[in-house]
Design a protein around this ligand. Structure first.
Ligand code: CP
Length: 317
């Protein structure tokens, strides 16, 4: 198995089964820091640089919280407009990263351009962690999600996962890549204009991912062990920022997971995950059902980032 020391975390396409299990094991070992709300000193000599060119609540703050929990230092920007990359100069990723690598020991980057973290990794002498790139991938979120499923369902093999939402979304790409490493079957539900792109389908076919496309949540929810959600009322992820519209569409019923539908058709032990933020596809009254796991998923976001930072910085094996 390859070492994680100094490794970029850019895509889940190249993460092997044993490596997923290794990451989950490290997450389990570090989990008490977050669960007991205490800070340690595992990374006290290290600094995280967060370079966020697109808005974020969870990913940036969970990554920063993870670094604080392990006694490390944090600096960065959450609005590229206040840097030279976002003003008159439009400074390139190459030039920006040549600065950032002197300021921190690991760079966590979110960008509206697909492939931007890969470009950063080409020039950085420190590890780069992809925190979401355009429609591309979102590996740290999906590692969080897989870890949540692993903990809540006692493993991944043998599960049927219903993926509903915009299939152009970066989380959907990362989770379908990751499924190639587990004995998991996916049901994919989305509006026709948000379907899996042909080139992505070719890739997951090549990876022998087992999936089938369905018309509605209702059609397959009864068979699902995990319901994995994204909005279909969605921002344009190729933009650095999208302001709230005065009006936006509503989610058609075939892409919603409601309390009534869960009660009527879901397995009693099915779990619902959503990387958040949500729109009306997941009404708040689902929060109080036994199926909801998205708040645990959010907590695990800190645990997973502790594991990834510790691994790429060589503090754990
Ligand atoms: N799940 C997720 O990526 O959320 P943020 O956009 O708030 O980071």
């Amino acid at each position: 198995m390859r070492s994680f020391l100094g490794r970029d975390i850019l895509s889940l396409k190249d993460v092997e089964r044993g490596e997923f299990l290794q990451i989950f094991d490290v997450a389990d070992r570090l989990r008490p820091y977050a669960a007991e709300r205490r800070n340690g000193d595992l990374l006290k000599h290290k600094t995280l640089l967060t370079a966020f060119y697109q808005p974020s609540t969870r990913t940036r703050l969970a990554t920063e919280a993870a670094m604080h929990r392990l006694g490390g230092h944090v600096l960065g920007f959450s609005d590229a407009k206040m840097t030279r990359a976002g003003d008159f100069y439009q400074e390139s990723i190459k030039d920006t990263v040549h600065m950032l690598e002197y300021y921190g020991d690991v760079i966590a980057m979110r960008h509206f351009q697909q492939g931007a973290p890969q470009e950063a990794a080409k020039w950085a002498s420190v590890p780069v962690i992809n925190c979401g790139d355009g429609w591309g991938e979102h590996p740290t979120q999906v590692l969080t999600d897989l870890y949540t499923i692993f903990k809540e369902r006692g493993g991944l093999d043998g599960l049927k996962v219903l993926c509903v939402g915009d299939m152009r979304m970066r989380t959907m790409h990362s989770i379908l890549y990751a499924m190639s490493q587990f004995d998991v079957e996916a049901f994919v539900v989305c509006p026709p204009e948000m379907s899996l792109l042909p080139e992505f389908k070719a890739e997951i076919d090549e990876l022998s991912v087992l999936y089938s496309e369905k018309e509605s949540v209702e059609e397959c929810i009864a068979d699902a062990d995990v319901i994995y959600m994204e909005p279909v009322v969605q921002a344009d992820y190729t933009q650095s920022r999208v302001e709230a519209a005065s009006e936006h569409g509503l989610t058609p019923p075939q892409y919603q997971v409601t309390r009534e539908l869960l009660a009527r058709k879901a397995k009693s032990d099915a779990i619902v995950l959503h990387s958040l933020p949500r729109m009306d596809e997941l009404p708040p009254d689902v929060d109080a059902t036994r199926h909801a796991r998205y708040w645990i998923e959010a907590f695990n976001g800190v645990v997973m980032r502790m594991a990834l930072l510790s691994l790429v910085l060589g503090a754990v094996e």
